[in-house]
Design a protein around this ligand. Structure first.
Ligand SMILES: [Ca+2]
Length: 201
């Protein structure tokens, strides 16, 4: 889903798998996390809630977590309640939204991700699932972008944790460039060897 073509070329050259521990696209430069308190370990600090009925009624902090001790739980009745944060972005730059979503499976439920007001992810009636990674790669069009997450769950809650937003540039990592350089250098060396042999024959 996020496999860069360059990474495939490098894997062919070196015949080895690249590390996959980092969530960002392989073969790209990835900036720092722009989200404040994306893991909710500081409760709701940095976030603005809207459209819910009330704190600790249909939204709040829960101790069911993907990491740490807290996650956010949201489940507005009949409509979406939103959790939002405004991020400093650069127009024309691609960003990587990475979050973990869990569902108790109660219907009706709906989860949305909005990027400066545009819906970039929308899923209804999500079956029961533990924390599952969700990755979206939107483009920023201005110097600030509001990330909003929408939650509806008429009988229960959806949970999110470990939300990050990072700038992604198309520039390959130096290590990949080095490996490419090694591969090209080896090809050049083999060609020279072949040429030398031909010259002495
Ligand atoms: Ca957490």
């Amino acid at each position: 889903m996020k496999t860069a073509r360059l990474a495939g070329v490098v894997a062919l050259l070196v015949g080895a798998a690249l590390p996959t521990a980092f969530a960002g696209p392989i073969g790209s430069e990835v900036g720092p996390n722009l989200v404040t308190n994306g893991g909710f370990e500081s409760n709701l600090s940095g976030w603005t809630a809207s459209g819910f009925t009330g704190l600790d009624y249909d939204y709040g902090i829960d101790t069911v977590a993907h990491s740490g001790n807290n996650s956010f739980q949201g489940g507005a009745l009949d409509n979406l309640g939103f959790l939002s944060q405004t991020l400093a972005t650069q127009a024309g730059t691609s960003y990587n939204i990475d979050l973990w979503l869990a569902s108790d499976g109660f219907f009706e439920n709906q989860f949305q991700v909005l990027w400066n007001g545009s819906v970039v992810y929308d899923s209804m009636n999500i079956f029961p699932q533990g924390f599952t990674q969700l990755v979206i790669d939107p483009l920023a069009t201005g110097a600030s972008t509001t990330l909003s997450l929408g939650f509806r769950n008429d009988s229960g809650f959806l949970h999110v944790d470990d939300i990050s937003v990072r700038a992604v540039s198309a520039v390959p990592e130096p290590s990949i460039m080095a490996m490419l350089g090694l591969g090209l250098g080896a090809m050049g060396w083999m060609r020279r060897r072949a040429g030398a042999k031909a010259g002495t024959a």
